[in-house]
Structure formats: structure tokens, C-alpha cells
Design a protein around this ligand. Structure first.
Ligand code: 6GU
Length: 224
């Protein structure tokens, strides 16, 4: 999978996107993640990529031209399955969308900033608009990282144990059951006995029951 992220704040991606699972997926050659600085495509000598809104009002707007040039440059090298704009008024992201997107080969993610992007970007250049929840972030960068992380872990071979993404919360519309590790007792707090029984079927049944109970209590909407 190749993910190209277009942003005017490329430095924000340095920490989160260069560690742990994401780092390993890139080292293994399973994922290619590239951050593109919008300023590299600015047409003016001051490298401005934003301007005042037509009609007035507070807040700057990301300009059409640098975004179009950056996307054209990427598209000249390969075909893209989706060009996604991260925006609080997009479709609310969930595991089902993550699963669908994880099957794609090449994705472009565009991070809005300030008041957002010129509407013509949304009308002519993108294929999907995604929000990561009903709250407002200062920019699309954190949302793009959330999206990238959730997709990368679904790419086959990225997780060590291939089954572990399948047992994630939400994958079967159930929240994950409780998990424990050693010691089996601490300050009198005990690990449920069944988990040390070695009886696979009983353990499976216990986990399913726990997952169901938790989901009924916390997220009954998932069971409908
Ligand atoms: Cl994708 N962007 C911004 N700025 N805020 C958000 C969001 C995206 N999703 C939820 N809030």
C-alpha cells in the first residue's frame, strides 16, 4: 500500500509516523508513506499556500493551485484509488471504512488547515471526504495520522500475528474481551481461572461471552 499525505505542516508527522508498527511496515516494504509539503508547490515566491476567503470572514483558506499541482505530480507517476480530504464535515470514519480502504493500493490524503480548502478542491479533485468524529481539530493532520495508522495495521503481514487485527474491537461488531498477563495474582486481584485452564474451547466461549456483555453494556448500538 502506498499512502501520500499532502500537508502544509509536514513536521507534525515525524514522530508518530516513524515509530513502532508503522515504521516496521515501511522497513518490511509493505507500506510506503510519503509526506508532501504543500509549500513546495506554492506558485508565489513567499511560498504562501493560503489566502483570504472571497466574500470575507475570519480565517484563511488553503489555495487550489498548490493542491492541484501536488496531486497532478503524484498522479503522473501512478494511478490512485482514492483522493481523500480529511474534514470534520466528511463521512464519519469507522472500522468498516478502514477495512474497505485497506484493500486499496494507492491513496492520497489531503489535510485541510485554517478554515479548510477552496471548495473547488472538493468539487473537482477528491473522491472521498472523511471525518474522524464529531469534534473539531485544528487541522486534518492528526486525522490523517489516525487514518494511516488504522489502515496500515490492516495490511497483510504488518502485524506479527495475522489473526490479531481480526480480534480487534469492532471487527465483528463486538468490543474486545478483557485480557491479562502475569502474574496470575497481584494484591489479591486474580486472573479468571478459565484463562489458565488450557481448555481452548472454554477460553473461546468465555471471551465471546465477555465481549458480548461488554458490548451490550457500553455499545448496544453495535449489536443492532
Ligand atoms: Cl478530518 N479534520 C478536522 N480539522 N477536524 C476533525 C476531523 C478532521 N475529524 C474530526 N474532527
Amino acid at each position: 500500500m502506498k499512502i501520500d499525505i499532502i500537508t502544509c505542516l509536514p513536521n507534525l508527522f515525524e514522530g508518530p509516523m516513524t515509530q513502532s508498527i508503522i515504521r516496521r511496515s515501511m522497513d518490511k516494504g509493505l507500506v510506503e508513506l510519503k509526506i508532501h509539503d504543500l509549500r513546495d508547490y506554492a506558485a508565489n515566491k513567499h511560498k504562501h499556500v493560503d489566502d483570504y476567503a472571497f466574500g470575507g470572514g475570519a480565517g484563511m483558506v488553503l489555495m487550489l493551485e498548490p493542491i492541484d499541482k501536488c496531486i497532478s505530480n503524484l498522479k503522473s507517476k501512478r494511478d490512485y484509488d482514492e483522493v481523500i480530504y480529511l474534514t470534520p464535515d466528511g463521512t464519519t470514519y469507522n472500522q468498516s471504512i478502514a477495512n474497505q480502504l485497506s484493500l486499496q493500493k494507492n491513496l492520497i490524503l489531503i489535510c485541510g488547515h485554517y478554515k479548510g480548502v477552496d471548495q473547488r478542491v472538493r468539487d473537482h479533485l477528491i473522491t472521498k471526504e472523511i471525518s474522524i468524529g464529531d469534534y473539531v481539530l485544528s487541522g486534518g493532520e492528526l486525522a490523517a495520522m489516525v487514518l494511516a495508522d488504522s489502515l496500515i495495521r490492516l495490511v497483510p503481514g504488518v502485524l506479527n500475528n495475522e489473526t490479531s487485527a481480526l480480534s480487534d474491537s469492532f471487527q465483528d461488531n463486538l468490543l474486545a474481551p478483557p485480557i491479562y498477563t502475569r502474574p496470575s495474582e497481584y494484591k489479591g486481584w486474580k486472573v479468571p481461572e478459565v484463562l489458565s485452564s488450557g481448555h481452548e474451547a472454554n477460553i473461546e466461549a468465555w471471551r465471546y461471552e465477555q465481549a458480548l456483555k461488554k458490548t451490550e453494556k457500553r455499545r448496544p448500538d453495535l449489536l443492532k
